[in-house]
Design a binder for this molecule. Structure first.
Ligand SMILES: NC(=O)c1ccc[n+]([C@@H]2O[C@H](COP(=O)([O-])OP(=O)(O)OC[C@H]3O[C@@H](n4cnc5c(N)ncnc54)[C@H](OP(=O)(O)O)[C@@H]3O)[C@@H](O)[C@H]2O)c1
Length: 317
């Protein structure tokens, strides 16, 4: 495939969503710079493109000049950097969701990057969690530095290698019960990773300027409660587990201890975020603006959740 001349810098390109975006951009012939703290973690992405098409570059997110060097000469930039829980001094919401995006947006403005897409989170404008509030403050920091940014607010993102369904499926391998926090009534609108990546590419490449300086809420084809999400998990993994009702206050206490794990299942802040529905608001700019029909969970989940069936993916149904 002939390379396009355009260069895209992607921050967080080594993550779950970032990898999908790198793959999509590579198929369209872009030259991709993956700005990352650990270039070695991006080496496995090189085969997504041709020789020299995907270039991992070391970036110190705490240093504005390192970020600026990463976007220098690029036509487009995407920011997928994010954390779900805080850890240590460097992994704080304020730093990762506000300071780093602000530095990236400023670098994009200074280096005259033509388009910049930032990944925020659905519901951040109504959030009571630290995670959500930091995501909202990050949006403001971006728009004040780069007013033409396109901001995407996805609901929970699903797809092979996601952090959500895979974590609960993994958990259901060894626990006889799963927690139904707050009765499991919180609503979600899970969105397919491929759809989010398609939208990022459209926002970067559209001939029209209609996506500039706008915020889009991205929800998938289905609105489901947490309890219904578990039902889908049970259906496609073939592992039915008892659901234990845990009120929010008790879940928060449990989460204090769980948050000590290297990769916590829940933190108190995540329990807090479950108090608010995570669905696209009425009247919000949404996926339809990109002419993309969202893929349903029932189409995608069976493809990778079958790996969790007792006896493996080739087990008898
Ligand atoms: N996954 C979802 O369900 C979901 C839902 C709504 C919104 N989002 C948002 O979408 C974006 C991408 O999500 P994702 O699931 O793809 O994220 P991810 O895989 O967890 O991580 C994305 C990237 O963030 C960087 N990162 C991780 N910890 C960091 C830290 N402590 N300090 C600085 N950088 C750090 C890493 O980049 P390097 O190691 O390469 O530096 C990593 O590749 C995030 O902003 C997330 O908040 C995700």
């Amino acid at each position: 495939m002939a390379h396009r001349k355009e260069i895209v810098t992607i921050f967080g390109g080594t993550g779950f969503l970032g990898k999908q975006i790198v793959g999509d951009l590579a198929r369209r012939g872009f030259i991709i710079k993956i700005a990352t703290r650990i270039p070695e973690s991006a080496y496995s992405l090189k085969p997504y493109g041709e020789v020299g098409q995907i270039v991992p570059i070391e970036c110190n997110y705490l240093d504005a000049s390192s970020i600026r060097a990463a976007v220098k000469g690029s036509d487009f930039a995407v920011n997928c950097v994010g954390i779900l829980f805080e850890r240590g001094k460097r992994s704080r919401f304020a730093r990762v969701h506000i300071d780093i995006p602000a530095m990236i947006a400023k670098a994009c403005a200074d280096e005259q990057v033509k388009r910049f897409v930032h990944i925020s989170a659905l519901g951040c404008d109504k959030a009571t969690s630290k995670y959500g509030k930091s995501k909202l403050a990050g949006e403001a920091a971006i728009l004040s530095n780069y007013p033409a940014a396109t901001i995407l607010r996805p609901s929970v993102i699903f797809g092979e290698n996601d952090n959500f369904f895979n974590m609960f499926a993994e958990l259901s391998r060894f626990t006889p019960f799963l927690p139904l926090i707050g009765g499991g009534k919180t609503k979600f609108q899970p969105v397919y990773v491929g759809d989010v990546a398609d939208i990022v590419v459209k926002a970067l490449t559209s001939n029209m300027n209609k996506y500039l300086g706008s915020i889009y809420e991205l929800g998938g084809a289905d609105i489901v409660t947490f309890k219904e999400i578990y039902e889908k998990l049970f259906e496609y993994t073939g592992r039915r587990r008892r659901l234990i009702h845990v009120p929010y206050w008790a879940a928060k206490i449990q989460a204090v201890f769980l948050s000590l794990l290297p990769k916590p299942i829940f933190t108190p802040d995540q329990v807090e975020s479950l108090k608010t529905d995570n669905i696209v608001s009425e009247g919000a700019k949404n996926m339809q603006s990109f002419d993309i029909m969202p893929k349903s969970m029932d189409l995608i989940l069976p493809k990778y959740l079958k790996n969790y069936k007792a006896g493996g993916r080739f087990a008898w149904a």
